[in-house]
Design a protein around this ligand. Structure first.
Ligand SMILES: [Zn+2]
Length: 1043
């Protein structure tokens, strides 16, 4: 694609769409050429190589006297002579995209899955397979990361369909959110219009990468048909007491008088738009009580056996359960306090996970909102106010503020040390809505307390010594002489701990809690780090919160029958003066559903995480107008069998989805109930929505930087004549090269459309899948894509060597027939049969459980190479066989191949290869399959039309067939055979033009281990003699050393 189309703004995107349209129109005339078969019945030869068609004519040197039918996207009519033209990937893709649309061959149909839910009595019910990619935000640009996810997703969906599953493979749009609103402010385009345009663009891009989604299930979260049910679920949560209002802090732009999202506050804490220093302000906001589910969300992580451990650990940390104690510290009224009505001070309640360190308490730290601060002495008041003011500045999230605080003039009593006066500080690192809003400061044994105490000039007190078992004696000695840092490990209490002295930390913790409860100032307590989900946003482009505020009744839910509360479309966007919703009086003013008096709508909208926390339910029942989803359909379709998405969603999205799904399960919106699920045991159960989680790695681009300034270089600024030796054109220096996440600012991105236009979607997909396993980072390297094209070319050549069953009147042998004839196979047939079976086994495992598509492709390449090395036997009775026999003779003369296998086995092998390749390279796979199975006009009507490869059955395998024949490899030293080594054929690593290294290393390891190597390959000291040359011949049947 030309560079002038490399522009990303929506306007030019449209132009680009148009350009694509023209291209498609041209492609209608770019023809797929295929042989025109004679109308007379085909000869009865059991095998004859198909004469190459012009499409792959460049792969064959022979030309054919046959006339050719030209088939513009499928139908055959015109004859034309052969011409040399390369495999036209674009034409093949267009042809099959059109065919799939017409026939709906490949996609899972909605009705099939519906049947699944409704007709449980059907005799042979297909097992469902629900594969899901995290739905995208419709930015309007598909990037390589998307290509990667959808290639993984598509390979899974297509292969499962061939394996006989009822596949659910939906796609939709996470369509609410801030960028649409920013576009409205910056470019005066309505968020809705912007979103719809972007969806259309992305949908066509998804088509170009041949992703076969079930568009019958498509949903967009910004549509009232969808957010009506998001609002419904909000009301359900409200009804259950899990949605409530309280005050919370927001980012406030004092110039534009509006609330800002975190993303709209820059690194210096200023507004993205007005440049004003952003303040913190308190507003009454909506929360979901996710903390109510904290224990369930934590415990049930153990049921998720197919989630990456890393993700589960991140969720555990986020939930942050800690067991410990709650203590009450008494604060006597400060003598200088002027608050006359204060009676004897108050209490400060703290939570600690280390009750064993209570003797180490040196101060108490409270949040700046703690009620005890109302009682502080007057002379400390101003300092506190100034401190609070300084905290209003919003600090950007990437620079975490260190612990800061001010003394309050208050002192607490230590429950075990009556003489100690514990100073109370107001600090920035304790927040008011977390736990008790106060912590006990133990600088000797807590990192943050330690930093803070030092900043206040305190001397650090240690009360727990590291236990000798946890460290070596010397290290222990050093650690018992602390140099001022925090000793956070548990250990043995020192002699300064009163009745708890010399106890272990564990024993002391229990004893301290016991004594504290006896004395009435403490108790055992479990605490969670997770906080309730703040879901209200003071923004426009989201689902309105379905609540009405009445003077008399307070907040009143909108009655379910009045849903959706439709987001008004007629709004103006200035980015000033708060959310546009507040300004639409006709919308805001309404009457109270309870008492009928004048009331106002809630003008907040929901966090888009609410939209995305239940969409996987809606896909199962997208047209339901009575409920968000029917219980039967959700019960049949859930859980999602494989969920694919970025690790950046490891915490919030997955946690919120688990919460909503568990809520739906607990309240009976779907599910078979705990008793049934626990008995079945296959699925995680208990409302867990995702059975397998695949977190795909990033796609990284080759990145060039100026070696002096470190500035990112554009591709045009780098001379890549020698790709291995890039040169910065302006300086002549070698730029710094690295692999980094593709990004506009780094000039290292590639446009998937360009890749597809240059290399074809099939090769691009294969390349993406081959370069790295799904969960690892992928270093995009366009140059090596030719390797995949070479592979496809080889497959195409093999397909050309094979003929369709009906053409000759013979039929393809079935798996069972070949299995039964295994004993009668010759050595070469046995080896081909073994390789086919082992490849099927590898790919079946890979497609069903490991998703190691990179090794799958390696196995397919290996099988392709093997098939290329054998020749099907030619039957002498064949009329056309003369030419073929000549070819074989020619080949043999060239020494290329003397390996012959039966045509039935050969054809079966090629068909299996094509079937397994198809989920990875779908259009190419279809083209191959059609070529393999297209019938001759006039042949049996049963075979008149070839069907889609995706309606074929996934090949079977026989573990007996896989048991390898031993390869006996002769070792020649300076031209003379000296000894033999044996190995399993299956163990021999792949070797291709680019790399013989792995195979050579495997053989070397084997050979040097052999006892005869002592004599022939090693010197008298047992050292390996230098090798001038090592040559591996004939599939490693001979290894020749020149010493
Ligand atoms: Zn009312």
């Amino acid at each position: 694609m030309s560079a002038c189309l490399r522009i990303a703004s929506p306007g030019t995107r449209l132009a680009r769409q148009f350009a694509h349209g023209q291209q498609h129109a041209r492609q209608q005339h770019s023809l797929i050429l295929r042989p025109h078969w004679p109308s007379s019945p085909a000869p009865s030869a059991c095998f004859r190589a198909r004469t190459p068609t012009p499409v792959f004519a460049h792969l064959f040197s022979t030309s054919s006297p046959r006339p050719y039918a030209i088939a513009p996207t499928g139908s055959s009519t015109v004859n034309t002579p052969a011409s040399n033209q390369p495999l036209d990937y674009a034409a093949i893709e267009q042809k099959w995209l059109k065919r799939w649309k017409e026939d709906k061959i490949a996609s899972s149909s909605l009705s099939a899955a519906d049947q699944h839910a409704n007709t449980a009595s059907t005799a042979k019910e297909k097992e469902k397979f629900y594969v899901l990619s995290m739905f995208p935000y419709p930015s309007g640009i598909l990037h390589m990361g998307h290509v990667r996810v959808y290639a993984i997703n598509d390979a899974m969906a297509r292969s499962r369909r061939m394996m006989g599953y009822d596949v659910i493979n939906p796609m939709g749009w996470d369509a609410f959110g801030l960028p649409a609103e920013n576009a409205a402010i910056e470019r005066s385009i309505h968020p809705n219009e912007w979103t719809i345009k972007n969806i259309a663009v992305m949908k066509s891009q998804m088509e170009k990468i041949l992703a076969d989604f079930d568009w019958d299930r498509e949903l967009r979260t910004c549509s009232p048909d969808y957010y009506r049910w998001t609002q419904y679920l909000f009301l359900k949560l409200h009804e259950a007491g899990l949605a409530y209002q309280k005050e919370a802090v927001v980012n406030w732009d004092p110039v534009d008088e509006t609330v800002l999202a975190n993303e709209q506050v820059d690194a210096e804490g200023k507004s993205w738009r007005s440049g004003a220093v952003v303040e913190k302000r308190k507003l009454r906001q909506w929360f979901f009580k996710i903390t109510e589910y904290a224990e369930d969300l934590l415990q049930d992580l153990d049921r998720l056996h197919h989630w990456p451990e890393r993700v589960k650990q991140m969720q555990r940390n986020w939930i942050g359960k800690s067991r410990g104690a709650e203590f009450d510290f008494t604060v006597p009224l400060a003598s200088s306090s002027l608050t006359s009505d204060a009676q004897g001070g108050g209490k400060i309640q703290v939570f600690t996970s280390r009750p064993d360190t209570i003797y180490g308490v040196q101060f108490l730290a409270v949040s700046t909102e703690h009620p005890i601060l109302d009682t502080i002495p007057e002379d400390h008041r101003q300092q506190l106010e100034e401190f609070k003011e300084s905290l209003k500045r919003v600090v950007s999230s990437d620079q975490e503020a260190g612990p800061e605080g001010v003394p309050t003039g208050l002192f607490a009593k230590h429950p075990f040390l009556p003489d100690a006066k514990i100073p109370v500080y107001a600090v920035n690192y304790v927040v008011s809505d977390y736990g008790t809003g106060a912590v006990m400061g133990v600088p000797g044994h807590d990192e943050r307390d330690n930093v803070f105490a030092k900043s206040q000039g305190m001397e650090i007190k240690y009360v727990v010594a590291p236990s000798s078992s946890s460290s070596t004696s010397t290290a222990g000695d050093q650690r018992s002489q602390p140099t001022g840092g925090a000793l956070t490990a548990k250990g043995i209490l020192t002699g300064d701990n009163g009745e708890f002295s010399n106890m272990s930390s564990e024993d002391a913790a229990a004893a301290v809690i016991k004594r504290a409860s006896e004395l009435g100032f403490g108790r055992e307590k479990t605490s969670y780090r997770i906080r309730d989900w703040l879901l209200s946003r003071q923004r426009y482009w989201g689902a309105p919160i379905p609540m009405i505020h009445c003077h008399g009744c307070g907040p009143v839910p909108v009655p379910a029958e009045d849903l959706p509360v439709v987001l008004p479309m007629d709004v103006s966007f200035t980015g000033r003066g708060g959310s546009p919703l507040q300004q639409i009086e006709s919308w805001v003013n309404c009457s109270c559903p309870k008492c009928g008096s004048a009331a106002k709508r809630d003008t907040d909208t929901m966090d888009t995480f609410v939209d995305s926390s239940w969409y996987f339910f809606r896909y199962l029942d997208p047209q339901n107008t009575l409920l968000p989803f029917s219980s039967a359909k959700a019960t049949a379709g859930m859980p999602v069998d494989v969920y694919i998405g970025g690790v950046e969603h490891a915490i919030l999205h997955l946690l919120y989805s688990r919460f909503l799904s568990k809520f739906a399960w607990k309240t009976g919106l779907y599910g078979k109930g705990a008793a049934v699920e626990d008995k079945e045991g296959n699925d995680p159960g208990r409302g867990e929505p995702f059975k397998v989680l695949v977190t795909q790695g990033m796609v990284q681009g080759r990145t060039f930087k100026d070696p002096v300034t470190g500035a990112f270089l554009k591709p045009a600024e780098v001379d890549l004549t020698d790709p291995n030796k890039p040169i910065q054109i302006s300086t002549g220096l070698a730029p710094a090269v690295s692999w980094e996440k593709m990004s506009k600012s780094k000039f290292n991105g590639v446009d998937p459309e360009d890749m597809i236009a240059s290399h074809g979607a099939d090769a691009t997909r294969l390349h993406v899948l081959y370069k790295a396993p799904p969960s690892e980072e992928l270093e995009w390297d366009e140059q090596s894509i030719v390797g995949m094209q070479r592979f496809l070319g080889k497959v195409w050549k093999i397909v050309g060597m094979t003929q369709g069953e009906t053409e000759t009147g013979t039929r393809t042998a079935s798996f069972e027939e070949l299995q039964a004839s295994m004993g009668a196979m010759n050595k070469d047939e046995r080896e081909l049969w073994r390789q086919v079976n082992s490849t099927v086994m590898e790919l079946t495992t890979s497609f069903k459980s490991t998703y190691a598509f990179n090794t799958s492709i390696a196995f397919l390449i290996k099988l392709t190479n093997h098939i290329s090395s054998v020749t099907p036997t030619v039957a002498s009775s064949s009329v056309d066989s003369q030419q073929q026999q000549q070819q074989v003779v020619k080949k043999q003369k060239k020494g290329k191949s003397q390996v012959e296998v039966s045509p039935e086995l050969y054809q079966y092998s090629v068909q299996s290869l094509v079937k397994m390749l198809s989920p990875l390279a779908p259009a190419f796979g279809e083209e191959c399959w059609e070529t393999l199975t297209t019938t001759v006009p006039g042949a049996s009507p049963l075979h008149q039309s070839s069907s889609s490869v995706f309606s074929q059955q996934w090949p079977a395998y026989d573990t007996e067939a896989i048991k390898a024949d031993k390869v006996v490899c002769a070792i020649q030293i300076n031209g003379k055979s000296r000894f033999n080594v044996e190995f399993d054929m299956a163990e021999l690593p792949l070797a291709d033009k680019d790399s013989m290294a792995a195979q050579e290393q495997f053989l070397k390891d084997l050979i040097y281990k052999h006892e005869r190597a002592e004599k022939w390959l090693k010197d008298e000291n047992g050292q390996i003699k230098p090798v001038k040359k090592m040559i591996v011949v004939k599939g490693a049947k001979i290894v020749s050393f020149v010493l």
